[in-house]
Design a protein around this ligand. Structure first.
Ligand code: RFL
Ligand code: PHB
Length: 392
C-alpha cells in the first residue's frame, strides 16, 4: 500500500452533490477530498437536469456560484400542462410568489469544478474501486486504485455522493438497509437539438399515445422527451420519427410551429422512484441519487441532491463546532423532504403518462385530474408550491 493521506470528509463521487458539498464545507473551513470514478470530461458530457428550484438558485448564489447562473439562466414564471393536444398554464409566480430557473446540470457542474479549482480543492479523477472501511468506528478510511496503485484516505466522515450505482449505499449491510421502490413500465427518450424552443416555458403533455415534454437550455438549444416502451433503444428512433411522435402529443398550435433539426444527443432514461433508509450509517452519510431516485417528471432529482447537501454541510459544520445534533438528525430531516418530493414526482408521473395496462377508465381519471387542475386555483397552488420547491 502506498500513499496514505488524511482529510476531514472523504467525498465519494464528483457529480453535483459531491462537488457542492466539497465547496460548502470549504467555505466553513472543513477540508475534504473528492474521489470520482470517471474523468471530468465524462461527468460534464452527461446531459441531465434542466430545472432549478428557487431554493436551489438561492443556495448556489449564496455560496458564490452565481456569476454565470445570473447571466446565462432563464427565469420561468410558470409552466404549461397539456391534455390531448390542448394546453393551459400554471402561473407559479402568481400562485406562490416564486419562479423556477432553467439552467442545465452540466452548467451547474462546470461552475462547481471551476470554484473547486479556484479554491485549490482536491478532486481525484479516475479513482477506481473505491472501498469504504470501518464506517462504524471513529476512524473510517477509504481505499481506491489509480493507475494500478492502491491509495488510502483516512478521514472523520465519508459522504456517499456517488449516485444510484455507487458503492456507498452498498456499504451499508443488507440487514440494515431498507429500500422502497417503484419501477415504471416505460422510459423517456430525450433529444437535444440546436433549434429554438417550442415555447417560452416548459410544456408537460399528457396524451393517449404517451407523455411528452418540451424543455430547453437556451434560445437555440432545445430539449425534448417522449415516453417510449423500455425495450426501445434510442437507435430505433430516427430524428424524423421522434419529431413526428412529439408533434402528435403536444398542443396543436405548438406542433404546427415546431422548428425541428438534427439531434445532437439522443438517450433513453428509465423511470423509477426509490428511497433507501437510513441515509446515515455510523460515519457514512448518503446524499442525492445515492440515497434516492425520482422519475424526472417533477424535475426534482438535482434539487433534492442540493437540499441534502445543504442539510449535511450545515450538520458537519455544527459538529466541528462541537454540536452533534445535526448529524444525528440528518437522515430524518433529509428524508422528510425526500418523501414529499417522491410523492409529488410519483403523482405527476402517474397523472401524465400512459401505462401499458391503462383502461379507458384510467384515461378518464387522468383527464379529469387535469381538467380539475386547469380550473381550480387550490389544485394549481398545490402543484405550483411543490414544483417551485418546498422550503428547507
Ligand atoms: P450523480 O450526478 O449521478 O453523480 C454521482 C457521481 O459519482 C460517481 N461515482 C463514483 N465515484 C467514485 N467511486 C464510485 N464507486 C462511484 N460510483 C459513481 C459518478 O461517476 C458520478 O459522477 O449524482 P448526484 O451528484 O447525487 O446528482 C443527482 C443528479 O444528477 C440527478 O438527480 C438529476 O440529474 C436528476 N434529473 C433531474 N433533476 C432535476 O432536479 N431537474 C431535472 O430537470 C432533472 N432532469 C434528471 C433529469 C435525470 C435524468 N436522467 C438521465 C437520469 C432528466 C434526466 C433524463
Ligand atoms: C430537462 O430540461 O432536461 C428537464 C426539464 C424538466 C423535467 C425533466 C427534464 O421535468
Amino acid at each position: 500500500m502506498t500513499g496514505t493521506r488524511r482529510t476531514q470528509v472523504c467525498i465519494i463521487g464528483g457529480g453535483p452533490s459531491g462537488l457542492l458539498l466539497s465547496h460548502l464545507l470549504d467555505r466553513s473551513g472543513i477540508d475534504s477530498i473528492v474521489l470520482e470514478r470517471h474523468s471530468r470530461a465524462y461527468v460534464l458530457g452527461r446531459i441531465r437536469a434542466g430545472v432549478l428550484e428557487a431554493g436551489s438558485v438561492a443556495l448556489l448564489k449564496e455560496a458564490g456560484l452565481g456569476a454565470r447562473l445570473e447571466t446565462e439562466s432563464f427565469l420561468h414564471r410558470g409552466t404549461y400542462l397539456s391534455a390531448q393536444n390542448r394546453g393551459f398554464r400554471i402561473d407559479f409566480q402568481k400562485l406562490t410568489g416564486k419562479s423556477i430557473t432553467v439552467y442545465g446540470q452540466t452548467e451547474v457542474t462546470q461552475d462547481l469544478y471551476a470554484a473547486r479549482d479556484d479554491a485549490g480543492g482536491v478532486i481525484i479523477e479516475e479513482a477506481e474501486g473505491a472501498t469504504l472501511h470501518d464506517l462504524q468506528t471513529e476512524a473510517p478510511y477509504v481505499t481506491y486504485l489509480k493507475g494500478g496503485t492502491e491509495y488510502r484516505i483516512d478521514c472523520d466522515f465519508v459522504a456517499g455522493c456517488d449516485g444510484f450505482h455507487g458503492v456507498s449505499r452498498r456499504s451499508i449491510p443488507a440487514r440494515v438497509l431498507k429500500e422502497h421502490e417503484r419501477v415504471y413500465p416505460f422510459g423517456w427518450l430525450g433529444i437535444l437539438s440546436q433549434t429554438p424552443p417550442a415555447s417560452d416555458e416548459l410544456i408537460y403533455a399528457n396524451h393517449a399515445r404517451g407523455f411528452a415534454l418540451c424543455s430547453m437550455r437556451n434560445e437555440n438549444l432545445s430539449r425534448y422527451y417522449i415516453q417510449t416502451p423500455l425495450d426501445h433503444p434510442p437507435e430505433r428512433w430516427s430524428d424524423d420519427a421522434f419529431w413526428d411522435e412529439l408533434r402528435r402529443r403536444i398542443p396543436a398550435d405548438v406542433a404546427e410551429a415546431l422548428v425541428t433539426g438534427p439531434s445532437i444527443e439522443k438517450s433513453m432514461a428509465p423511470l423509477r422512484s426509490y428511497v433507501a433508509e437510513p441515509m446515515r450509517w455510523g460515519r457514512l452519510f448518503l446524499v442525492g441519487d445515492a440515497a434516492h431516485i425520482v422519475p424526472p417528471t417533477g424535475a426534482k432529482g438535482l434539487n433534492l441532491a442540493i437540499s441534502d447537501v445543504y442539510y449535511l454541510h450545515r450538520a458537519l459544520a455544527e459538529r466541528y463546532d462541537g454540536d452533534a445534533h445535526g448529524i444525528e438528525t440528518y437522515a430524518e430531516t433529509a428524508l422528510a423532504r425526500v418523501w414529499k418530493a417522491t410523492r409529488f414526482s410519483w403523482w405527476f408521473t402517474t397523472t401524465m403518462h400512459r401505462f401499458p395496462d391503462q383502461t379507458d377508465f384510467d384515461q378518464h381519471i387522468q383527464e379529469a385530474e387535469l381538467a380539475y387542475l386547469e380550473h381550480s386555483k387550490a389544485a394549481q397552488t398545490a402543484m405550483a408550491e411543490q414544483y417551485v420547491g418546498l422550503p428547507y
